[in-house]
Design a protein around this ligand. Structure first.
Ligand code: ZN
Length: 297
């Protein structure tokens, strides 16, 4: 059986895996993200001798994902200085001579859910990860969305809750989604580690208030058929009913579709046991092998 290589490149770790066409993960390992050279060499060591036919890369960004661009496959102006302008795709290609496809980490997760998970067969879907940061993968009309760069929708601006005096964690925006509701923002706002916040209702009410606002903004702009929420913060399952309820309240009946009438199946948790990113990278590898141009179907 053909083996596909999958790389989920993150700011703190690189997840490397071998997968099959149906998304089965045969083997998976994690390598700490250090200097670009050292990290890429260790990734190449992992894939050496595995006989992968192609490699899919879902990476942290910002990254140039526009084919034909002179800087295609490069990491752009990341705060991780050693990685700034690093030509990740070329460095991988030099060491691992197989076809490759690259996209953002969140588009990768979105693709994983579209191909193997709860969004199978849907043409327009968004995947929001809420963890140490917030990112949004977007598939519209059967295609992963890129645009001039790629969406950075974790930084959409939200209305502050009138009782929330927290200044926000993002150094760029006082009231963006990531700065208000990623894990580090919650820990700073409440002065406590996430594990100790579980039973505090006000924490999750406020969190749901912000996530619901984001959901409403995405519903009104992108009209997704499903909204998938993943990442560490979303392991707090008590958030889901709160988010669904508040989304309904904020939409206030303005949009009426079969999907929105079925909120339980509209705003849903990630369905692939936190393997959505790496499975999406397997699908990217399949695209690389077949030369499919960024079409989900
Ligand atoms: Zn921001």
């Amino acid at each position: 059986m053909k083996k596909y290589g999958a790389l989920e490149a993150g700011g703190t770790k690189m997840v490397c895996a071998l997968g099959l066409s149906d998304g089965t993960i045969l083997d998976q390992t994690s390598i700490p993200t250090t200097t670009p050279e050292e990290t890429v060499n260790r990734i190449a060591d992992y894939f050496r001798g595995t006989e992968i036919v192609a490699l899919g890369v879902a990476t942290f960004g910002p990254v140039d994902v526009k084919k034909g661009s002179p800087t295609y496959g490069r990491i752009l102006n990341t705060p991780k200085l050693a990685w700034q302008n690093y030509d990740l795709l070329s460095a991988l290609k030099q060491r691992i001579p197989v076809p490759m496809e690259i996209d953002t980490d969140v588009n990768g997760s979105c693709l994983g859910e579209l191909t193997f998970g709860c969004a199978k067969g849907l043409d327009s879907v968004i995947y929001i990860t809420i963890g140490t940061g917030v990112g949004v993968g977007i598939a519209i009309n059967g295609q992963l969305m890129h645009g001039m760069l790629h969406p950075e929708a974790g930084h959409i601006l939200l209305n502050k809750h009138p009782k929330d005096t927290y200044k926000g964690k993002c150094p760029f925006h006082p009231n963006c989604m990531e700065g208000l509701c990623a894990g580090p923002a919650n820990e700073e706002r409440w002065g406590a580690k996430a594990e100790t916040l579980q039973d505090r209702q006000e924490v999750w009410e406020l969190e749901a208030y912000y996530i619901a606002q984001a959901a409403v903004n995405f519903i009104c702009t992108l009209s997704p058929r499903k909204i998938i929420l993943g990442g560490g913060v979303m392991h707090q399952e008590q958030l889901f009913p709160l988010i669904r309820q508040k989304t309904k309240e904020m939409l206030n009946g303005y949009i009426d579709t079969a999907e929105l009438r079925d909120m339980e199946n509209y705003i849903v948790p990630a369905s692939l046991h936190d393997d959505q990113g790496i499975m999406g990278a397997v699908q990217l590898a399949k695209w690389a092998e077949n030369g499919t141009d960024n079409r989900v179907f």
